[in-house]
Design a binder for this molecule. Structure first.
Ligand SMILES: NC(=O)C[C@H](N)C(=O)O
Length: 324
């Protein structure tokens, strides 16, 4: 029987409705009442690491999770399941995917409906995540996100709907597999990604989204001694309104790494256009194009790169290379 560590961290999966109909975390995680359901299928070790709504998660808690998983793997656990709020689930999943050297399956799940709501998806998703963590095919695939009968890689999965249970999707590339009655079935594989170990996290890495008519105001506001890095979600293939360029140049002059991704839901950013503010000029200025990641994931990757001590050409190569 597989020995699986379940780490609860909070989110809607651990919440119930209060008297006025609002969703809140309670003193006890409602999933704890169902541990005996899995008796005879898996040997479970269950811990409530946090009980946080996921907008309260920070890279510090992500690092704590990573350290707990590494200790568990060293102690011989077969797989790990994490329950998490869905709002920032993709960030925690990608943080762990980048930093964990683990070969054991690490599977993250959550719920869109609280434990006491009609059609609650929490217990079902937990059961699917356990099936996946116990599947031999899940080994060595990096961190996996399991929700609504699909298995996604942490690298590209994103929350796409505010309420629908099929909210987690992998734009451009699609899911890695599906949940069947008896386990997870994989039908495609991502190219390998090197792991990058860190023992601390970095603050003051910002994320801005470009829009028609954007000027330098927000970039000027980030021109501060504490700023460590910036991600910009550019338009289309990776372009910016020309009025932003002087303020961006001031940040580059201070050696602040600036990473460019696309604000488009599908596709990758690449320096195609040669007009003012077009991708070719941005690349020449020194903005680093990051392929395939959305803004919030590129931010996690920059944080990991800087915490690992990367700078200059090594940082640029690491940030550019999201796919291989
Ligand atoms: N479905 C959820 O879990 C959403 C909730 N706001 C959270 O992320 O904690």
């Amino acid at each position: 029987m597989k020995h699986i560590l379940v780490l609860h961290t909070g989110g809607t999966i651990a919440m119930s409705e209060n008297e006025s109909g609002g969703l809140t975390p309670g003193a006890a995680n409602p999933l704890m009442a169902f541990n005996q359901l899995f008796k005879g299928k898996y040997e479970l070790e269950v811990e409530e690491l946090f009980n946080l709504p996921s907008p309260h998660m920070t890279p510090r808690e992500m690092l704590q999770l990573k350290n707990r998983i590494m200790t568990a793997e060293a102690a011989g656990i077969d797989g790990v399941v994490i329950t998490h709020g869905t709002d920032t689930l993709e960030e925690t999943a990608y943080f762990l995917d980048l930093t964990l050297p683990a070969q054991i399956p690490v599977v993250i799940t959550g719920a869109m409906r609280s434990s006491d709501e009609i059609g609650s998806d929490g217990l079902y998703n937990l059961s699917s995540a356990l099936k996946t963590a116990a599947s031999p095919g899940a080994r060595g695939k990096g961190v996996l996100v399991v929700m609504n009968d699909e298995v996604h890689s942490a690298r590209f999965v994103t929350k796409t709907h505010t309420t629908n249970v099929s909210t987690f999707r992998t734009p451009t590339f699609g899911p890695l597999g599906i949940i069947e009655k008896n386990g997870a079935k994989f039908f495609q594989e991502l190219t390998n990604q090197s792991r990058c170990d860190i023992d601390h996290v970095i603050d003051h890495i910002y994320l801005l989204k470009a829009y028609a008519g954007m000027d330098g105001t927000l970039f000027d506001a980030l021109n501060q001694p504490a700023t460590n890095g910036l991600i910009i979600e550019g338009t289309g293939a990776g372009n910016l309104p020309p009025q932003t360029l002087p303020a961006i140049q001031k940040l580059l002059d201070r050696n602040i790494p600036i990473i460019l991704v696309s604000r488009c839901f599908n596709g990758v950013a690449e320096p195609v256009y040669a007009y003012k503010g077009g991708g070719q000029e941005l690349a020449k200025m020194g903005l680093i194009f990051c392929q395939g990641l959305n803004g919030q994931k590129a931010r996690i990757k920059l944080l990991v790169a800087l915490a690992n001590g990367k700078s200059g050409a090594a940082l640029a190569t690491y940030m550019r290379d999201a796919i291989s």
